[in-house]
Ligand binder design. Structure first.
Ligand code: GLU
Length: 311
């Protein structure tokens, strides 16, 4: 099968120094593989989207010469496909309705001695696995363990990080596919769209690596192929956290295309100079296999790295 890659930004703001690295890496990986490169606007969480951010992102990519091979898809138009996938999972016994409020989840966990959520997300205690307990259905959850002693540890390979594993049930619990407010969860939307677009290679920021085991579980439950994964280095903000809008990330001024490409490229280990943006891109495509080889060699060395979440 030929290579098909994608860049899938959420239009919550213009591209900043961090998101540009993911965009450039996915473009380079596709071009170096003589593959196709798609852009998908992940506007599934309407309330978080910023009007005009999608147009701004597409304009920034155009400025930098990162041009998709097809018109971008928009997740806001894809509700029917997500509903069909949820129905398929329901019929196969992989999902169940949940009537818990956030408060009820926090109380159930506190009763078990868990007092802190990680990244603002609780590991769902499984309250509604055996029924709604008289509550109305609010959300739909994926059942991470269907047999009593099933090992829910998932092993996967990342082209930069190497061997990874996560016990999905213990680390994240039965995760939401359709939220109480009726919105589709990122996990379901991304898996359905990656499959329908025939994506063979997901290249995205390392902050998303932790989502991969959930997505692979969903792919398997839906009978979909699993793409290869490559999670790229993050740009850190002064506060030591991943650069994001919340800690002051600025939109990249892509009118200086060469400057923007060189800055994003440096994060990926590309330090060449060029007279024009087009020359820089061509040189970057030819150097990309060397970058990939250095990541593969580094990750093959013994290490303790994993995406295991510690509760
Ligand atoms: N829409 C996600 C984000 O902007 C990225 C999803 C993905 O690449 O899988 O964080």
């Amino acid at each position: 099968m030929g290579y098909i890659g994608r860049f899938a930004p959420s239009p919550t703001g213009a591209l900043h120094a961090g998101s540009l690295v993911a965009a450039l890496a996915s473009w380079l990986d596709a071009r170096a593989a003589s593959g196709r490169w798609l852009v998908r606007i992940e506007d599934v969480d309407g309330p978080r989207c910023v009007p005009g951010a999608d147009t701004q992102i597409l304009a920034q990519l155009t400025d930098m010469g990162l041009l998709p091979d097809e018109p971008p898809w928009r997740q806001s138009t894809r509700g029917d496909a997500y509903a069909a996938a949820l129905q398929q999972l329901l019929e196969a016994g992989h999902v169940y309705p949940c009537g818990c409020t956030r408060k009820a989840i926090a109380e159930a966990l506190a009763a078990r001695g868990h007092t802190r959520a990680r990244d603002g997300e609780w590991v769902y205690p499984g309250t509604c696995r055996d029924g709604l307990h008289g509550q109305p259905a609010r959300a739909w959850r994926f059942l991470t363990r269907s047999a009593p002693h099933e090992d829910t540890t998932l092993h996967w390979h990342d082209r930069r990080l190497g061997a990874q594993q996560q016990d999905v049930e213990r680390a994240v619990g039965d995760f939401v596919l359709r939220r109480a407010d009726g919105l589709w969860a990122y996990q379901l939307a991304v898996v359905v769209d990656d499959a329908q677009q025939g994506i063979t290679d997901v290249v995205r920021g390392e902050d998303l690596a932790d989502n991969t085991p959930r997505q692979i579980r969903l792919q398997r439950a839906l009978g979909l192929p699993t793409p290869r994964y490559l999670h790229t280095p993050l740009v850190m903000a002064a506060d030591g956290h991943k650069l994001s809008k919340q800690n002051g990330a600025q939109a990249v001024d892509t009118r200086d295309a060469l400057g923007a490409l060189r800055a994003a490229g440096a994060v990926l280990g590309l330090h060449h100079t060029a007279a024009t943006a087009a020359d820089w891109r061509a040189e970057a495509v030819s150097r990309w296999p060397t970058i990939l080889a250095s990541w593969a060699a580094a990750s093959a060395a013994p290490s303790t790295a994993s995406t295991e979440r510690t509760p």
